[in-house]
Design a protein around this ligand. Sequence first.
Ligand code: OAD
Length: 245
Amino acid sequence: MSDVGYDEVARRILAAGSVTALTGAGVSAASGVPTFRGAGGLWRTFRVEDLAAPDAFARDPALVWEWYDWRRGLIAACRPNRAHEVLAAWSRERPHFSVVTQNVDGLHERAGTLNLTRLHGSIWTLQCWSTCGADDWTDLRTPLEPRPPRCPDCGGIARPGVVWFGELLNPSDLAAADSACTCDVLLVVGTSSVVYPAAGLADIARSRGAFVVEINPEATPAAADLCLRQPAEVALAELAKRIGS
Ligand code: OAD
């Protein structure tokens, strides 16, 4: 990537009143968390769409929990990388800096990110599958025992507290993401931009006048004004150097 791209993005961030970063699985790739699509995206022979869905869970909760338990164990052994750290530092140091993430791994939180909206929930949260009325709860154990885990209130099967294909996003998270899209600069980092409604946020921000920057080594359908075709941990570290964070 030419210096010109980095200079322009750094200049835009410095001049901006508000900046939002929309992140996806690519931000955690350097931490060792597998992405959902592309190389290493399959678990056994299953695509994410075959597992992260209510009908998949209804059919075979043990299989879906085996996948989530495997991901939880793997993530527990990972640490935030430079990309998480730079975004966390900007969220603490820069006024009106927000992060909207599709990631459920908790690495933005562990890096100390402020103003964070989690669009797809958390892999560390559990919910009662039969919606008995129990509040969602946190369970950090890996591996889970028993598996599938049980609702503490009704004893029924619990499900991961993540948003699955075909499910609606939490309205307050969606509202927070929409409001964060009213910004001067939107950084779209490490997402394939194919899963809606998150994939529509760049267009929303752009239609409101945001300058949209994509940071991703691969091309995606995201409509960006400028693309930095580098890994997030490289590009954000480079930008942090120029911005002085
Ligand atoms: P994907 O796995 O679809 O896309 C990951 C993106 O990260 C790809 O575009 C890669 O090119 C890019 N990438 C890989 N390594 C990178 C790096 N080091 N730096 C920057 N980019 C890198 O993941 P998401 O777009 O997050 O939802 O997927 C969206 C949603 O689909 C997920 O939240 C999940 C999944 O189904 C649910 O489970 C509901």
